[in-house]
Each structure stands twice: as structure tokens, then as C-alpha cells.
Design a protein around this ligand. Structure first.
Ligand SMILES: NC(=O)c1ccc[n+]([C@@H]2O[C@H](COP(=O)([O-])OP(=O)(O)OC[C@H]3O[C@@H](n4cnc5c(N)ncnc54)[C@H](O)[C@@H]3O)[C@@H](O)[C@H]2O)c1
Length: 257
């Protein structure tokens, strides 16, 4: 954490009410940014926003399902008005990984609506928000976007279903394409591929699964949400101004390439 590093910036974080998104928004607040936080869970988001205000941050919150472009557009208008600011930084963090009794569904048995839902949230959500904030970033010739991928984008991971790995791999492709298009306008776009991070989402898998991963992880522990927050704040800070189109693993040496 670097105090005041993001002073003067306005940062939008999706899926901010829990886990990694909560930690990322907290670190930006500690680094001096104004926060626009978005989630589907209004109650948790409001409580989290209060905790960010207690850190001294200027915070606005809005509920939106990231898979719904119209809801995102209305939320952005609300957040812009509340903060009197366009967004300089976008963290596309919201994501889901449905399981049944702690296990992923086989794709050949999956209800097609579940496939569409995961694609909608994990992939279309990142498109929707990038599409909405990029025009003002292009106008101000400044900005950065981070997409939350996963190591499941790069390897077959047996405890996430096919929709999850597919959307996380697609986010890496999207990161490259957006970086190519936005680079000439002074905007960076990168992705983070977290390993196993200790959040409510991770706890949808069994303890045995998580214990086995710890044994396969060079640093012999699960990640903390703060480990990912540090990387998000770095990838959008002046120190990383010449880094774009990249995917950074924050995985403690699990599934090293
Ligand atoms: N925890 C891990 O081990 C891990 C590993 C790799 C990648 N990731 C990725 O990191 C991101 C955050 O995961 P997490 O572990 O913090 O999960 P989490 O479940 O703790 O938090 C996700 C947040 O996203 C919100 N959300 C879900 N659907 C939404 C929607 N349609 N619109 C808006 N908000 C929505 C939830 O309400 C929740 O607050 C996800 O994209 C996930 O795929 C997590």
C-alpha cells in the first residue's frame, strides 16, 4: 500500500461488496482515490461503502447487474453525478463460478441458461463497463483498465466448470484487443490472473480441494484478497505506465508457466 498514490483519481470497481473487489476498493481508498463501487448486492455494498467512507474516501455506490448494459449505463450516470467526475480507472472484477454441492457441473449436463449467465457476468460485464467508461478516457487521453481473469484461463482446473475457464480465457483475449485499441489514446489495459484466493467464492469448493491446492502452491498458502489488490493498484499507478496488454499471475507459484 502506497499512501496518496491514487490521489486525484476516480476509480470504479465492480463486484466491490465482497472478497477481492472489497479489498481492491479499500486499498484505493487508502491510496487517496475517489471510489465508485458497483455490485448486485445492495445491502453489502452500502455497508462496504460506509467502511470506505470511514477511511476518509469520497465514495458513491450504485447497484447494477454487470451483465445488463442498460443497468450499467444508468449506474454510471448516477456515479458520475455523485462524484462530479468521469472514471480514470476501471477494475472489471465482478465474476461468478456456479457450483452444485461444491462441485462444478459437467458441460454436457449443464442447463444452457447457466452457461449464458456466466458468460453474461464474467465476459459481457467487462465489455459493458469498458464500453461505457472508455469514451471519457479517450477524451481525457488518460486511464487504465484491469480485467480480473484467473489461472483457470490457462490450465484445465477440475473444480471450475467449462463456462468459467472459457470466460476467463476470453477476458485475456479482450485485454489484448482493448489494449491495442486504447494504447494510442494513452490508456493501459491489463489483466490479473489470481490463483486460489481466500474469499467467499473460493469457499464454494470443498476444504479438501483447497488443501490440495495449497500443496501445489510454491508459497504453500492461499492468497489473501490484499495480494490481488496490491497488483491492481500497481497496474493502474504511474509506476506501471509502460505496461499494457499483459496478464499478471498473482498465484503464489501455483500452476507456474
Ligand atoms: N477467489 C478466487 O480464488 C479467485 C481466483 C481467480 C479469479 N477470481 C476472480 O476474482 C473476482 C472476484 O472474486 P471473489 O473471489 O472476490 O468473489 P466473491 O464472490 O467474494 O465476490 C464477487 C462479488 O461480485 C458480485 N457480483 C456477482 N455477480 C454480479 C453481477 N452480475 N453484477 C455485479 N456484481 C456481481 C457479488 O455480489 C460479490 O460481491 C471474480 O471475477 C473471480 O472470478 C477469484
Amino acid at each position: 500500500m502506497t499512501p496518496n498514490r491514487h490521489q486525484g483519481r476516480t476509480v470504479l470497481v465492480t463486484g466491490a461488496a465482497s472478497g477481492i473487489g472489497a479489498s481492491i476498493s479499500r486499498q484505493y481508498a487508502q491510496e487517496g482515490a475517489k471510489l465508485a463501487v458497483v455490485d448486485v448486492n445492495a445491502e453489502a455494498l452500502e455497508a462496504h461503502s460506509e467502511s470506505l467512507r470511514a477511511l476518509g474516501a469520497d465514495v458513491a455506490w450504485a447497484t447494477a447487474d454487470v451483465s445488463d448494459y442498460g443497468q450499467c449505463a444508468s449506474a454510471l450516470e448516477q456515479l458520475r453525478r455523485a462524484l462530479s467526475s468521469d472514471m480514470d480507472t476501471l477494475i472489471n472484477n465482478a465474476g461468478i463460478s456456479p457450483k452444485v454441492n461444491g462441485k462444478p457441473a459437467n458441460f454436457w449436463e449443464m442447463d444452457p441458461s447457466e452457461w449464458m449467465r456466466v458468460v453474461g457476468v464474467n465476459l459481457h460485464g467487462a465489455f459493458n463497463w469498458s464500453r461505457l467508461v472508455a469514451p471519457s478516457m479517450v477524451e481525457q487521453r488518460f486511464g487504465s483498465i484491469v480485467n480480473m481473469s484467473s489461472v483457470a484461463a490457462k490450465f484445465f482446473v477440475s473444480f471450475t466448470a467449462a463456462h468459467y475457464g472459457t470466460t476467463k480465457a476470453a477476458l485475456i483475449g479482450m485485454t489484448r484487443d482493448l489494449a491495442g485499441e486504447l494504447g494510442p489514446h494513452g490508456i493501459t489495459v491489463n489483466a490479473i490472473a489470481p490463483g486460489r484466493i481466500n474469499t467467499p467464492l473460493m469457499r464454494t469448493a470443498s476444504q479438501a480441494t483447497n488443501d490440495a491446492i495449497i500443496q501445489e502452491t510454491a508459497l504453500r498458502r492461499l492468497g489473501d484478497p490484499e495480494d490481488v489488490a496490491e497488483m491492481a493498484c500497481f497496474l493502474t499507478a504511474p509506476e506501471s505506465r509502460f505496461v499494457t496488454g499483459q496478464v499478471v499471475d498473482v498465484a503464489g507459484g501455483w500452476l507456474m508457466t
